[in-house]
Write a protein that binds this ligand. Structure first.
Ligand SMILES: Cc1cc2nc3c(=O)[nH]c(=O)nc-3n(C[C@H](O)[C@H](O)[C@H](O)COP(=O)(O)OP(=O)(O)OC[C@H]3O[C@@H](n4cnc5c(N)ncnc54)[C@H](O)[C@@H]3O)c2cc1C
Length: 464
């Protein structure tokens, strides 16, 4: 019989196995290394035990166990946390990724979805009914993490953030209770989980509002990057109706077969466009992007929305330094700074990702949810990939200096794109009154900070 390990005097793998329906994986079990791995590279933590929950009962059991033992609790859905919060050194890893039940009410245009589904899985299943809800730009991201932090994707301007279409959730709070949470029942908790991340409990299920969307005009448009094309791309994205959401990745071109070899390693705009309106009008709206320069690749075409999410490489664990911020404007001068800063550096993979916001997302009142950046105009993610300890510090210094150079008046940050910036990052994500209300709700629902392995809002902090 397997008993507790030297790393975990407080947890018996055998007892846990007897108590839960899902898989329990201890350090000596086959599959342990794969199960403790998260998407971010360079994160090598050893949980005392990993529980792949089979349902809300398992989740509640593990939450109580963490509370009773005092062990650190990591909660993992899709494993994409940039800080590696989906695993723990010596604690309990509660992995909900096998909880994938999905119940779509096509007539009522709603769905109950367990939190272990990925954005891609949900999107493909909803597409079978001609229905959508927006998550992000990557299919393998878990709906657990992306929803609780906000959710900014290809429908953000048309239908808002993911949380703007969250009608209800079921959440196991720190006391081990499974709570139904919506606008009428537990309204404070419902406010907090719409943007407050994993601070308030483990979400087992979400209920989303869905929209009919038979198809989009979308895909990738790769243009040469110059100050003019970057500024032009942002101007076209801002001028477009809100049916169009875009992502402009100003980056070194990867060595992919659809780009000519002479372009590999050069700066390009790898643009992603998604038009969720009338197809003919879409062609007209996308024309100004195509006119910016002769494209290196133009794969924008009518397609199903789910086709924006091709399968991701399963074993990809990039080492990257990333910073997130919002800008008020990317005019010719800012575009020039972005282009010249990228051009002057030597990291083989470096990127400034620009997303024009607004539309439906901006119409939600700023204090309606815990996502406080409704008025922010352009979300920017800066990143440099590194090889290892030898180049990490240099890459980090460059990304930090790049962010400092670009900074304008908007001091906010998107919680789901934070990595390990510490308290300053969390405070930027939750400014002013949002922070105060989150702290108060945290005190009520998680007074001992059981859910602390996240972009943490501690229950003890004084209001700002
Ligand atoms: C390649 C990539 C692309 C991305 N693109 C986008 C994008 O386009 N738009 C966007 O908005 N974001 C995007 N993100 C950010 C992403 O939303 C966050 O990293 C998110 O937290 C990942 O969720 P996850 O479930 O995959 O990660 P995990 O690491 O499993 O979870 C992250 C954290 O969320 C919390 N959490 C997860 N599941 C639960 C749950 N069921 N209950 C309670 N807490 C939970 C925990 O605190 C956990 O530490 C991207 C990230 C990556 C790596």
């Amino acid at each position: 019989m397997q008993t507790s390990t030297s790393r975990s005097p407080a947890v018996s793998v055998a007892d846990l196995r007897a108590a839960v329906r899902g898989r329990v994986i201890g350090p000596d079990d086959e599959g342990y290394d794969a199960a403790r791995t998260v998407v971010s590279g360079g994160i090598d933590r050893h949980p005392a035990v990993i529980v792949r929950a089979a349902g809300a009962d398992d989740v509640a059991h593990v939450v109580r166990l963490a509370r009773d033992t005092g062990l650190e609790l990591a909660v993992k859905s899709g494993g994409h946390s940039g800080a590696g919060h989906g695993t723990t050194e010596g604690g309990i890893l509660l992995d909900v990724s096998e909880m994938k039940a999905l119940d779509i009410d096509a007539d009522g245009r709603t769905a109950w979805a367990e939190s272990g589904l990925t954005a891609g899985e949900f999107t493909a299943a909803a597409a079978a009914h001609g229905l959508v809800v927006g998550f992000g730009d990557t299919g393998s991201v878990g709906i657990g993490g992306i929803t609780l932090g906000g959710g900014i994707g290809y429908l953000v301007r048309k239908h808002g953030l993911t949380i703007d279409n969250l009608i209800a959730a079921e959440v196991v709070t720190a006391d081990g209770e499974l709570r139904s949470v919506d606008l009428e029942t537990e309204p404070d908790l419902f406010w907090a989980i719409r943007g407050g991340g994993g601070n308030f409990g483990v979400a087992t299920r979400f209920r989303f509002r869905l929209y009919e969307l038979p198809g989009i005009v979308g895909g990738m448009l790769v243009l040469p990057a110059t100050a003019e094309t970057v500024a032009g791309f942002i101007a076209a994205a801002e001028a477009a109706p809100e049916e169009l959401s875009t992502i402009a990745n100003v980056m070194t071109a990867p060595p992919v077969p659809f780009l000519p070899p002479e372009v590999h390693g050069e700066l390009v705009i790898l643009g992603m466009l998604a038009w969720s309106g009338d197809p003919e009008a879409g062609e007209r709206v996308i024309a100004p992007f195509r006119a910016l320069a002769a494209p290196f690749a133009d794969m924008v075409r009518p397609m199903g929305y789910h086709e924006m999410f091709p399968p991701d490489e399963a074993d990809y664990h990039p080492l990257a330094i990333a910073r997130t911020m919002f800008l008020d404007r990317v005019d010719r001068s800012v575009a020039s700074t972005i282009f010249e800063t990228l051009r002057a550096y030597d990291a083989p993979m470096r990127v400034a990702q620009l997303r024009v916001l607004g539309g439906a997302m901006a119409r939600v009142p700023v204090h309606a949810t815990a996502f406080a950046h409704r008025a922010s105009r352009i979300m920017v993610s800066l990143a440099a990939f590194y090889e290892g300890p030898d180049d990490k510090a240099d890459r980090e210094a460059w990304v930090d200096a790049f962010a400092a150079t670009l900074r304008q008046d908007d001091g906010g940050a998107y919680v789901n794109f934070l990595s390990d910036e510490g308290e300053a990052g969390v405070r930027a994500a939750y400014p002013g009154a949002t922070w105060d209300r989150l702290v108060g709700i945290k005190r009520r629902y998680d007074p001992t900070n059981l859910f602390r392995l996240n972009q943490n809002v501690p229950p003890t902090k004084e209001p700002a």
